[in-house]
Design a protein around this ligand. Sequence first.
Ligand SMILES: Nc1ncnc2c1ncn2[C@@H]1O[C@H](COP(=O)(O)OP(=O)(O)O)[C@@H](O)[C@H]1O
Ligand SMILES: [Mg+2]
Length: 494
Amino acid sequence: MYKLVGTIWGEVGLHKFDFVVAGEVRRNEYVKVWNELDGWILGRVVSIVDAKKKIATAEIIGYKDERGFLMQPKNTFARDEKVFKADQAFIMDTLGLKSGGIYLGLIDGRTIPVYLRKEELIQKHCSILAKTGSGKSYTAGVLIEELLEKNVPLLIIDPHGEYISLKYENRNEEERKQMEKFGISAKGYASQVVVYTPSNLSINPDANKLFRIDGINLSVNELYDFFPLSDPQLGVLYQCINEIKAKKEFYTIEDIIKEVAGSKSRAKWRIIHYLERIRETGILSDSPTRIEELVKAGRASIIDMKGAEPKLQEFIVYHLCKEVFEGRKMGKIPPFMLVIEEAHNFCPERGFGQAVSSNILRTIASEGRKFGLGLLVISQRPARVDKNVISQCNTQIILKVTNPNDIKALSRGLEFMSSEAEEEIKRIPQGVALLSSPSIEMPILVDVRVRRSEHGGRAAGMEGEEESKEAEVETDREEVREVRKSMLARLLFE
Ligand SMILES: Nc1ncnc2c1ncn2[C@@H]1O[C@H](COP(=O)(O)OP(=O)(O)O)[C@@H](O)[C@H]1O
Ligand SMILES: [Mg+2]
């Protein structure tokens, strides 16, 4: 029958209770207690208060009423009421966990599977936020595998070339041993994954194809997206392009450079400089990559940014986002999921830099769902990602976060972040996630399953750690600056 874990003791509140532990109990264990009025109530052990006296504290989660709503008990438990370990069916029912869908892992410490609903993930966006090395890319890889199993098209912006390894089955011995526990088997997705490089195949030999942008008949507006121009410079460019148009049906960037070089204006040098820089990136072509090729059922297209400088990366993201958003509106491509790694670089929060891709990402975050364009944003600096983008993500996966500014940013952006949750995320081990999703009644800790395919970020983790320390030092400097500013303000104005 039910396993007894203790007896209620001391003050009993409506939200919490203490109990004397009988037998084994860990933090985060789910327990249940009988309530005269409402029946069985689910609780979760939040702390072992006194290990010697064996007193534990549990928070009350509640029960499902006849309508299926999660309710809080209306009266307190009787003193001396027995506390039992909660059984799987009761936990799943009360938390609203369903079987089937996108399999993320197991409830921490139990064998209860956690599934997300595919539609919710795609239509309502998802964020994965945590410090470097905590398992963000790994978890994103798990979601990508699951979406590939369901034939959902994916477009992955991959600044570090971490996702190529989706092609190969997981060879890690430790992780293979855990596959049985999670009920999965190793698998590579080579037949579904295509890697594109905006550079070339000698810089990026692992890529399958080149990623190119249409370089034929570029308009002034399109060029203006690449680089900022003053009014006189714009004037020169307009005039030159009009003159070429009068002569040619099709023109390339080469033609524009020649025409501008022939101009008498002194403003031409800056323009030529910019145009040559674009030409040198090699991104323009007369056989551009078509979005119909990138976004296809059962296919994950990876844009591997290795070798592309940051400004070009931003431009590519901007350009791609604009095209796929338009493409989705017009029904040229099927509903799909857009994965953005290092999102703080492509849609930074105000005050933390600017990116040409910011606006379009904000638009996709707020309007994408109407058109079946889902976002998966990943970042190690929650505080530095555009708040408007983060706040549109209905599924949040948070792994370990320690930086105080990032925790503050999370608390501000996510309504479920209680002070307990703040403490929790500082301590959670690698690979465990705090999950909040419309699919479940309340946030839960999930032991994210091991990968079926190889994880590509293993070596990168080490470099990342350094980067993260640097970032934290930088944050501290910012704080000092803020304090100085306010001290100065006080001196000046008070
Ligand atoms: N769910 C998991 N199961 C097993 N190992 C994991 C899991 N999540 C992360 N790891 C380990 O943690 C390391 C770092 O994860 P990674 O996703 O690369 O970190 P991040 O992207 O947050 O910097 C991985 O190389 C892997 O060994
Ligand atoms: Mg990573």
